[in-house]
Design a protein around this ligand. Structure first.
Ligand code: CP3
Length: 344
């Protein structure tokens, strides 16, 4: 499939091959910072958008058509696996994701389904529609949430500032935490393999909230399951491993054998790259808040990053985390143009 891509910069960089410039895409590139997203969002709920393949494809294509990025990412959410397992998920305006039936007991954990891929078929359908629309122009990235991050939403019942209940579970009932994490990991393997079979060109594992964990807890409750997932999915496409906390955890993340590590904005990207085994590419790591600044500043900060990465193969330009909803669209477009004009 990759041979037929007209623009395979992302795949090449992910495999640490030479490219004439870094490929660019941005986490949350299809979202609320785009007026065209709101035109669709005003008509449907977020979950309706995810679950209707034609609509998911329309939204996936927005940044392809309006921003000219080098890779599309499937329009969906990491929490759809938790919903398929039995979580009663809703997204409320201004509140974010909510589970009305959070996991608070062993019985709740036992009720989580593992054999639930049929509930996620709409994602495979969306991938097929998107690939028809992309028609080999650029790669499509599929994704899933990592077990620890998904666990945190299931246990907290939604977003959390301090992950108090999740950490209480890890500390007081580690066995129960492992039981749930194993179930999520098994669903995630099936789910990513389904996406790969449906035709995605790369996958990204999102462990957004690993940053909340200590070194030992990251190793036991997060890294262990991510490694298990990466060892058990089809490795026919490049795998990108993202976490907030990768500035600290990158070398441990490398032991899970991803093709790419996506780095938050705290680290110097070159230092991280040089500390990793050869053949592991890096993705990142502009502070998304830079995109609020004047265009001159945006250009400068991107060029600073490029100066550090100039002699490195295996570099994908991205943000250290997702685009915020109130970032000016023009600034995002400008940043992408700056990357596309650069040559090594
Ligand atoms: O990147 C993309 O453009 C692809 C689509 C995508 C979404 N969510 C769309 C979305 C992806 C890859 C995600 C991943 C995701 N979802 C993560 C991991 C990445 C990260 O940002 O750390 C997490 C933690 C979630 C859970 C989630 N989904 C939250 C916390 C929220 C609320 C965010 C907020 O700021 O209110 C969502 C909702 C969500 N996911 C939206 C979008 C476009 C907003 C939905 C809306 O229009 O209201």
């Amino acid at each position: 499939m990759n041979q037929t891509l007209q623009n395979d910069l992302l795949i090449k960089a992910a495999l640490s091959q030479k490219t004439e410039r870094p490929p660019v895409w941005m986490m949350r590139q299809a979202g609320r910072f785009m007026p065209e997203y709101w035109e669709i969002k005003n008509k449907y709920s977020f979950l309706e958008m995810c679950k209707t393949p034609e609509i998911a494809a329309d939204v996936t294509m927005l940044p392809v058509d309006l921003l000219g990025i080098d890779a599309a990412i499937l329009f969906s959410d990491i929490l759809v696996t938790a919903e398929a397992m039995g979580g009663d998920l809703s997204f409320e305006q201004g509140v974010g994701p909510r589970f009305s039936n959070p996991i608070r007991s062993k019985a709740d954990a036992e009720n989580l389904a593992v054999d639930c891929l049929d509930k996620l078929q709409y994602v495979a359908d969306a991938i097929r529609v998107i690939q028809q629309r992309l028609d080999g122009s650029i790669p499509l990235i599929g994704f899933a949430g990592a077990p620890f991050t998904i666990l945190s939403y299931l246990v907290e019942g939604g977003s959390s500032k301090d992950f108090k209940r999740t950490k209480l579970l890890l500390n007081n009932e580690p066995q129960l935490a492992h039981y749930i994490l194993q179930k999520i990991a098994d669903v995630t393997i099936q789910y990513l393999n389904m996406q790969i079979d449906a035709g995605v060109n790369a996958v990204q594992l999102f462990d957004s909230w690993a940053i909340a964990l200590s070194w030992n807890d990251y190793r036991d409750f997060s890294h262990y399951y991510n490694k298990y997932i990466l060892a058990n999915i089809k490795r026919s496409v490049p795998v990108i491993s993202f976490c907030k906390g990768s500035s600290v955890f990158a070398r441990m993340m490398a032991e899970a054998n991803p093709d790419v590590i996506s780095v938050d904005w705290n680290a110097d990207l070159k230092n991280i790259k040089q500390a990793l085994p050869a053949g592991i590419a890096v993705q990142g790591n502009l502070d998304p808040f830079v995109l609020y600044a004047d265009k001159r500043v945006i250009t400068e900060k991107i060029h600073q990053l490029f100066e550090r990465m100039r002699d490195q193969n295996g570099f994908i330009f991205n943000l250290g985390h997702g685009i915020m909803p109130d970032i000016p669209f023009d600034n995002v477009k400008h940043a992408i143009e700056v990357v596309k004009e650069f040559r090594y």
